[in-house]
Design a protein around this ligand. Structure first.
Ligand code: GDP
Length: 175
């Protein structure tokens, strides 16, 4: 195996309020923090995955931005992307659909894996996007799909990040 330190850049995208920051904070601190002040837009964390030290850099695309649109610089920076929507907010699901099109204009699946995350699973009674719709979108676009709750479980959030890191490693191995 390759014992060199590896870096993986992850770009988080999604409409406002879907829980991008909550997911990032959950992953970084293992805690759910409902409110937070201004933070730097790129966060880093060392993780040991399959025996290898990996530096994971996370860029929350919306921090400091007014719209949910990402720059070409951000698209090119990323090794992998996480597109988040809120299961209670259909508009945020449509935003993911649109952002996927934007992403695929400049980054091909073979060079930039994408994971779609349906967040706020704990709010089932307010759900407006079914799991099937999310799964179908992911399937037709060649993405992975996870339904999670940043508020409730650390494990499912960890799985999302680890899965994406695995996918990035696979794309690099194929290059
Ligand atoms: P961002 O704008 O995408 O970064 O969204 P935030 O992370 O700031 O979250 C928006 C709001 O949704 C905040 O009030 C969070 O506390 C709340 N939130 C985030 N994730 C969850 C979740 O999984 N379940 C519930 N019930 N609330 C959540």
């Amino acid at each position: 195996g390759n014992q060199q330190r590896m870096e993986v850049n992850i770009l988080l995208m999604g409409a406002h309020n879907v829980g991008k920051t909550a997911l990032t904070v959950r992953f970084l601190t293992r805690r759910f923090i409902g409110e937070y002040g201004d933070m730097e837009s790129v966060y880093s964390r060392m993780e040991r995955i399959h025996g290898q030290e990996i530096c994971i850099n996370i860029w929350d695309s919306q921090v400091g931005e007014k719209s949910c649109w990402v720059s070409e610089k951000q698209l090119q920076w990323a090794d992998g992307m996480i597109l988040v929507y809120d299961i209670c907010d259909r508009g945020s699901f449509d935003a993911v659909r649109q952002q996927l099109q934007l992403v695929r204009r400049s980054r091909k699946p073979a060079s930039c894996p994408v994971v779609i995350v349906a967040n706020k699973r704990d709010l089932q009674h307010h759900r407006s996007v079914s799991g099937e719709e999310g799964r179908l979108l992911a399937l037709t676009q060649g993405c992975c799909f996870f339904e999670v709750s940043a508020a409730e479980t650390y494990h499912s959030v960890l799985l999302v990040f680890h899965r994406l890191v695995d996918l990035v490693r696979e794309t690099r191995a194929l290059r």
